[in-house]
Design a binder for this molecule. Structure first.
Ligand code: NDP
Length: 288
């Protein structure tokens, strides 16, 4: 084999990862809380370990694909001694602070720790469309990299263990806000009988045309002066007020838009009505 790997957790994602690693020529030892899920992996040539300690002992790199931070710590903490000197790649979704806490725990125990974020669904594992972000111990990344690159496009995001999950969550936050936009448009248009499918198609084309505008917003933020003469807070407030009125007149709540409107009102009240509207970012930053 190309190397000995351990996969802890055989849910939808852990199974896809174990299968891909095995298919890429690695000897894979698997462990899962519900032992029955190891069956197909054993049939395909993997070893099943009865305990986490046994599983950890079999691999030089241990990939963790459990449910959440708590389940990771529940099973890793008791085997800290067995993990000493090994590389742990935690692909479980956690918050940046949780990732940093696990990294600190690993450092205390002499474990090379890499925190990962998977920007893919299980079916995409092993295809170039899958993107996986890693942050933490750079040496651990160098060691695990050949195996990690079989899972999808791999990117090292830095030594701060929280950065991979932070980036994952920032991108998911952007997606979340964008997808809410589809529902707002569909809710407005269905008041005149338009199908969701038709509105979604038009919305997709419109959003696609608008996507490059994101970089212009970034340039305004980077400039830091908010006086480029682009769309102003006051201009945007008026535009948004029309959207809110139109929505309500159709019997559709404007709650999603009101959040944006409130931020603009706060800026106007602070005397920034003439500023470029991306100054909103100031209202998002909570002073610590
Ligand atoms: P599943 O719900 O399919 O599987 C969950 C896994 O976690 C199972 O192996 C389950 O074991 C195990 N588990 C849950 N609680 C515990 C516990 N207390 N102790 C031990 N094992 C436990 O989830 P996925 O495989 O889809 O997701 C795994 C991770 O991957 C999650 O963090 C998820 O956010 C992340 N991820 C998933 C994506 C996806 O599209 N599925 C996309 C990106 C990230 P058991 O079989 O015994 O229940």
């Amino acid at each position: 084999p190309k190397g000995h790997l351990t996969v802890l957790g055989l849910g939808a994602m852990g199974s896809a990862i174990a299968e891909r690693l095995r298919g890429s020529g690695y000897a894979v030892t698997v462990w899962n809380r519900t032992a029955a899920k190891t069956g197909p992996h054993v049939a395909a040539g993997s070893k099943a370990a009865a305990t986490v300690a046994e599983a950890v002992g079999a691999g030089d790199v241990v990939l963790v694909v459990l449910l959440d931070h708590e389940s990771v710590r529940e099973h890793l903490d008791p085997v800290a001694a067995e993990l000493k000197g090994k590389v742990v790649v935690n692909l479980t979704t956690t918050t940046p602070n949780q990732a940093r806490a696990t990294a600190a725990w690993a450092a205390e125990h002499g474990i090379a720790y890499l925190d990962g974020a998977i920007m893919a669904v299980p079916d995409m594992i092993g295809s170039p469309g899958a993107r996986l972000l890693y942050s933490g111990d750079e040496n651990a990344y160098a060691i695990a990299r050949p195996a990690l690159e079989t899972l999808g496009a791999a990117e090292f995001a830095g030594a701060n263990a929280g950065v991979a999950s932070l980036k994952d969550m920032a991108l998911l936050a952007a997606m979340d806000l964008m997808l809410q936009g589809y529902l707002q448009a569909i809710a407005m248009m269905r008041t005149v009988g338009a199908s969701a499918a038709d509105t979604a198609e038009e919305t997709e084309a419109w959003l696609a045309a608008m996507l490059p505008y994101g970089k212009e917003i970034a340039a305004v933020v980077d400039g830091g002066t908010y006086d480029t003469g682009g769309q102003s807070v006051d201009f945007d407030r008026r535009g948004l007020a029309s959207l809110i009125t139109a929505s309500r007149e159709q019997g559709v709540s404007a709650r999603l838009l009101e959040t944006h409107q409130r931020l603009l009102e706060e800026l106007a009240a602070a005397g920034h009505g003439a500023s470029d509207w991306p100054r909103i970012i100031d209202r998002l930053t909570i002073p610590r």
